[in-house]
Design a protein around this ligand. Structure first.
Ligand SMILES: *Cc1c(COP(=O)(O)O)cnc(C)c1O
Length: 385
């Protein structure tokens, strides 16, 4: 009898928590009013929207007016980077980011490069931590924006945002962070982190796909990327997706409520998985930072094997994992993150990322540990030398 499917790809997306669905449902069929209308049905939607905004603001230690709801994490990143670039190009046309950002940031920066902006892609060390000395050196009078992710989606490394903010501070440079992977997992206090803009995406923390948020510090000059009816205080036009926004806020609230307990539980599972793999399989590199990493992230390179082959064998055995970034797995180029960390392509090709979540148990981990050594061994005999 086949066992249950073991999902270990929470960095790609998460299931929607039933409590989130429950909070959303009334806003589809009962309180479906347009939040911009003034009669009672619309006012119900407006109230739900206001509550959601207050909830998100409170958890991030922000003001409600500093929260802009968007259509996804990608949109939040695009809006932050293009928005700052377009609104501040009179002051300079230089942007600093890192070599290991998500494509939503990297592609936006490449787009701006084609439009006359200069972009510096900071290097990282072997653990994927950004080089702060290089950041200092890269800043010029022309620099208007620094964008550094809070935690990496492939290897889970957490960046020293507070130290970066201290370097950027008082230089008239905006600081954006893609916190999509950190959202719902790490504590996010925008004042303590010192960020001016911060991106979140609901589907990475048990809310639905297709809803995101962007924190925009009061006073930030930002060109809206969606023009129209002036919703979200003119920063993102489009009729508000009330149900999804309610879902995002509820999911963030649930994550926040048992953050400490869940972090400890998931980190325990992750360490069991990591230790089990490192002790039962030879020639494995545990990628990412040993301690400064997301509690749910276990990423490896299995030398002499193809990550994709391992992934497909795991799937045949009822286990869902990833070779790294879901967004680039269609290409066979080695991951830009692992490459930036200095891993040779031959090693990076053996990458497997397992990201744990709310529904995973010790039994799940033990099932993986029981199967993986044979799977890797078989793949090693198949892989081209
Ligand atoms: C998933 C992800 C995104 C994109 O978010 P979507 O809501 O899927 O558009 C951006 N950045 C990081 C780090 C991510 O993990």
């Amino acid at each position: 009898m086949p066992g249950k499917f073991i999902y270990l790809d929470h960095a790609a997306t998460t299931p929607v928590d039933p409590r989130v669905v429950e909070a959303m449902l009334p806003y589809y069929t009962e309180s479906y009013g347009n939040a911009s209308t003034i009669y009672s049905l619309g006012r119900e939607s407006r109230r739900a929207l206001d509550n959601a905004r207050e909830t998100v603001a409170q958890i991030l230690n922000a003001q409600p007016r500093e929260i802009v709801f968007t259509g996804c994490g990608t949109e939040s990143d695009n809006s932050a980077i293009k928005g700052v670039a377009e609104a501040n190009q009179d002051r300079g046309r230089h942007i600093i980011t890192t070599a290991i950002e998500h494509e939503a940031v990297l592609e936006t920066c490449r787009y701006l490069e084609k439009r006359g902006f200069r972009v510096t892609y900071l290097p990282v060390d072997e653990y994927g931590v950004v080089d702060l000395a290089e950041l200092e050196r890269a800043i010029t009078d022309e620099t208007i924006l620094v964008s550094v992710m809070m935690a990496n989606n492939e290897v889970g490394t957490i960046q020293p945002l507070e130290q970066i903010a201290a370097i950027v501070k008082d230089r008239g440079i905006y600081f954006h962070s893609d916190a999509v992977q950190a959202g719902g997992s790490l504590e996010i206090d925008v004042d303590r982190l010192g960020v001016d803009l911060l991106s979140l995406s609901g589907h990475k923390f048990y809310a639905p796909k297709g809803v995101g948020a962007l924190y925009v510090r009061q006073g930030t000059r930002l060109m809206p990327q969606m023009l129209g009816g002036g919703q979200e205080k003119n920063r993102r036009s489009g009729t508000e997706n009330v149900a999804q926004i309610v879902g995002l806020a509820r999911a963030l609230q649930l994550s926040d409520a048992d953050r400490e307990v869940e972090i400890t539980r998931v980190r325990g599972l992750r360490d069991r998985l990591k230790d089990g793999i490192l002790s039962s399989i030879p020639d494995v590199v545990f990628t990412g930072h040993p301690t400064q990493r997301l509690p749910n992230n276990a990423s490896f390179c299995f030398k002499g094997a193809e990550g994709e082959g391992i992934l497909l064998s795991l799937d045949l055995n009822g286990i869902g994992a990833s070779t790294g970034s879901a967004c680039t797995s269609a290409s066979s180029d080695p991951s830009h993150v692992l490459t930036a960390m200095g891993l040779p392509a031959s090693v990076a090709h053996g990458a497997i990322r397992m990201t744990l979540g709310r529904e995973n148990t010790e039994q799940d981990v033990d099932s993986v540990l029981a199967m993986l050594p044979d799977i890797v061994q078989k793949q090693r005999t198949l892989a081209p030398v």
